[in-house]
Write a protein that binds this ligand. Structure first.
Ligand code: NDP
Ligand code: MG
Length: 378
């Protein structure tokens, strides 16, 4: 029986993880749940799953829980869930910079981490992977592209390869004429054609900031240089990514777009379990298409690659500015086409390397302050 702590249980990945665990009650036991503030859903999940512990990070009133479920809230409670003593593996499905602390706590407690929170690697990849090595724990990728690459490498993150071919759907606005982008609404940017996900990552798919994050994530996870990673727009989201080897052979991992498979694989690796998810019907599928990224449509993607190239504090700064710009756009404060300029101007400063969690948090806060100062006054 594998004991799982699900951090960010009320989100899109967290809910799907609970669905995966529920399919195999003889294999999985969810021992801890944590979320930010969604009391109602956390209580519902606790009633269904009966974890030993349920936590909310946000301060507030006590929440009624079923018998046998201990509840606590606040930073200390969140930290306890991330390093939960009675867990074998911690699924980090928090969104944003906030996930870094969860990942570091889980690793520090000697737990394997099923990592959905890509920001942990974007902002602190060197730190996270060094700590994981020191503690002898595994970082198991949940992001579908990285799960695909991991599968193509036969679950060996250190295996040699020539190139990584990272696929991207192109997001919700991929077919909109460029001149229509300034008047895009949050609703339009969040209408993803192939995947149903939380708001931040869905917006980041439209701008392809997400794909830039995934390039940085792949550099850390698979020891790839920037020049070894090629991003291809693949509208059908059937090929989840590919790896080219020294002899020119290319392996691809394919499947219907569903996060349940990569979540499940991170939890059951190296075993593959039977799974009732829809299968690819190749005869009915039609053509699979691949194209280069159009830089005029996706300026955030270019900014992400530039941050990856500059290294130091820039990937962390990229994420912080991206979070501020996303919030401003979704809150109606800036236009869609102002997202990239806000990020670019935020990055236009010397952001030095940050090595510890404290330094990363300070850098994150400083970049957020700069990014906010660049927003139009309300
Ligand atoms: P959602 O926005 O749907 O869920 C976020 C979860 O994190 C919620 O449980 C939320 O709690 C919690 N949370 C938010 N802020 C904080 C915080 N400050 N402290 C603690 N918990 C917090 O996000 P997704 O599930 O879509 O994404 C989660 C992560 O997985 C992201 O890093 C994303 O990039 C990555 N990912 C997601 C994919 C997807 O298909 N959704 C695919 C690949 C990667 P509450 O509900 O209480 O606010
Ligand atoms: Mg992905």
């Amino acid at each position: 029986m594998k004991k799982i702590a699900v951090i960010g249980s009320t989100g899109s990945i967290g809910r799907q993880a609970l669905a995966v665990a529920a399919r195999y009650p003889e294999r999985f036991c969810v021992t801890a749940l944590a979320a930010h503030a969604n009391e109602r859903l956390l209580a519902e999940q606790a009633a269904a799953v009966r974890p030993a512990f349920a936590a909310l990070r946000a301060e507030g009133e006590a929440v009624a829980m079923p018998a046998g479920v201990r509840f606590a809230r606040g930073e200390g409670a969140f930290e306890e869930a991330c390093a939960f003593a009675d867990a074998d593996i911690v699924l980090v499905a928090v969104s944003g910079f906030a996930g870094l602390k969860a990942t570091l706590l889980a690793v520090g407690a000697g737990k394997d981490v099923a990592l959905a929170n890509k920001e942990s690697l974007v902002v602190g990849g060197t730190l996270v992977l060094r700590r994981a090595r020191e503690r002898g724990v595994r970082i198991l990728p949940v992001d579908s592209e990285h799960s695909a690459i991991w599968q193509c490498l036969h679950f060996d993150r250190t295996a040699p390869f020539r190139r990584i071919l990272l696929t991207a759907s192109g997001g919700a606005l991929r077919d909109l004429p460029l001149e229509a982008l300034p008047s895009v609404t949050a609703r339009e940017a969040l209408a993803h054609p192939n995947w149903k996900m939380g708001p931040k990552i869905t917006l980041d798919c439209a701008t392809m900031l997400n794909k830039g994050f995934e390039v940085i994530e792949a550099m850390h996870l698979f020891g790839a240089s920037l020049s070894q990673i090629e991003v291809l727009v693949h509208r059908e989201s059937i090929v989840h990514s590919m790896v080219e080897f020294a002899d020119g052979a290319v392996l691809a991992q394919m499947g219907m777009p569903s996060m349940e498979l990569p979540i499940q694989l991170a939890l059951t690796y190296p075993e593959r379990l039977d799974c009732a998810l829809p299968r690819v019907d190749f005869a009915a599928l039609g053509a699979l298409t691949f194209a280069a990224v159009d830089e005029a449509r996706y300026p955030c993607f270019r900014l992400a690659l530039e941050s990856a190239k500059r290294g130091g504090g820039y990937p962390c700064a990229l994420n912080a500015a991206g979070e501020v710009a996303a919030e401003a756009f979704l809150g109606g404060r800036i236009r869609y086409t102002q997202i990239a300029p806000v990020i670019e101007a935020s990055l236009d400063a010397p952001w030095p390397d940050a090595r510890s969690y404290g330094e990363l948090a300070a850098l994150d806060a400083a970049v957020r302050a700069r990014a906010r100062s660049l927003l139009p006054s309300q």
